[in-house]
Design a protein around this ligand. Structure first.
Ligand SMILES: [Zn+2]
Length: 418
């Protein structure tokens, strides 16, 4: 399928609304992700937005729009998707997809449905006869107003990757839990969830590898990690029906190229370490997803067969393709949901609290010492006061005695002189 993407506005004489965020920026965040994801699924995508080099041809909004339409028409695309964000009075919020033709309406509805699932208010699909890009493209066209860039409600909900995924799911008519997304849980959430189930640190090395390799491939790491937990029975806490153990470093029950029975250990591939086993798992999954560059010429995946390409987009597809089990996808979805719902106590917060407690107890000790010192000083002060009192009394007595002596001496001298 050949798909034209219009990144709304984003040229001279045609800039978008400015709300809590700039419409132009939001459009680019979403549109580039849509383009990436569609290409990943092997779609032929053209970004028809005028480039800076073409700005010299633009003297009006209409020029900015007609350039896009001409590009799409010349390329003979199958559909046109123009991406925008709405703005009104700060109160209005929600999603709407605009169309003019009946074919456009058929494109609009599934995208509207998918975006609304993310929690945005459903303003419905709307027929609009006065929009240039809907009227001047040969292929059926839609204009997506993802949500309102001047609405607090919408901007709090906004996540570019989720909106892009919703648009791609709507366009490709795929319902379910998409595998090719940004992580839907943090690494600490996975860690916390796994910690309760493995009861030892055995999963940590694997989690590190899954996290790094998945994010590089733009696969949601939660999904293959959940697969590993299920397929290995939490690293053989539940013993394997195939009779294999952790020494196989086989995270997802991959068989050898020859294959064989599910219950035969020799039919299962033995990898040299977890890194190799996980690479094989993710290569196998990437092939199923039909990612660009797959099948690879060299892969540790022993079953890297080209006919597997592109059989899977969502977790719900795995039960009937990856394996043949009616419960496989449901169990994975249950694990994934549990991981996403795991609440992790903010580590920074508890660290800070620990530090504060230490500081507090140090201060408490200092205060105790100071109070003791104050007490001692008070006592010393009292002793000094008493001594001073004694000295004054003694001094006065001494003075009186001196006067007495003086008087006595004078009397005696007077007597002698007579
Ligand atoms: Zn707009």
């Amino acid at each position: 399928m050949k798909i034209a993407i219009f990144r709304g506005h984003n040229t001279i004489y045609n800039t978008g609304a400015v709300g809590i965020r700039k419409e132009d920026d939001l459009i680019n965040e979403v549109a580039f992700k849509v383009i990436d994801k569609l290409k990943n699924f092997g779609q032929d995508v053209i970004d028809c937005t005028p480039t800076e080099a073409e700005f010299k041809y633009i003297k009006s909004t209409t020029d900015s729009l007609s350039l896009r339409c001409k590009k799409a028409n010349t390329a003979n695309v199958d559909m046109v998707v123009s991406i925008h964000f709405n703005a009104y009075n700060g109160q209005a919020h929600g999603t709407e997809v605009l169309y003019v033709s009946e074919k456009g309406k058929d494109l609009a509805q599934p995208i509207q449905n998918e975006i609304v699932k993310l929690g945005y208010t459903n303003r419905g699909v709307k027929k609009r006869t006065n929009l240039y890009v809907l009227n001047y493209t040969i292929a059926p066209a839609i204009l997506i107003e993802c949500c309102f860039c001047d609405s607090n409600i919408d901007m709090n909900l906004y996540d570019s990757d989720k909106i892009a995924t919703a648009i791609v799911q709507g366009l490709l008519h795929v319902e379910g839990k998409f595998i090719l997304t940004e992580p839907t849980a943090t690494k600490s959430q996975i860690d916390e969830w796994a910690d309760e189930r493995f009861l030892d640190g055995s999963y940590k090395e694997l989690l590190d590898i899954y996290w790094t390799e998945c994010t590089a491939k733009e696969i949601n790491p939660v999904i293959p990690f959940a697969q590993m937990c299920y397929e290995t029975g939490f690293l053989y806490k539940i013993s394997s029906t195939a009779g294999i153990d952790a020494s196989y470093h086989n995270p997802c029950g991959l068989k050898t190229s020859q294959g064989g029975s599910d219950t035969s250990s020799s039919a299962h591939k033995k990898f040299k370490n977890w890194s190799e086993g996980i690479t094989a798992h993710l290569d196998h999954l990437s092939l199923y997803l039909g990612l660009e560059g797959y099948p690879k010429a060299y892969s540790p995946d022993p079953r890297h067969f080209s006919w597997l390409k592109g059989k899977v987009k969502v977790v719900e597809d795995l039960g009937s393709t990856w394996t043949n089990s009616s419960t496989y996808s449901d169990t994975l979805l249950k694990f994934i949901k549990e991981i996403e719902d795991t609440i992790v106590e903010e580590n920074n917060c508890s660290e800070e609290l620990k530090e504060l407690k230490v500081k507090y107890s140090k201060l408490e000790n200092q205060i105790k010492t100071l109070l003791e010192e104050q007490d001692n000083l008070k006592k010393q002060n009292q002793t000094l006061k008493d001594e001073k009192e004694n000295l004054i009394t003694l001094g006065n007595k001494y003075k009186a005695l001196l006067i007495e002596i003086a008087r006595y001496v004078k009397e005696k001298t007077d007597v002698l002189n007579k």
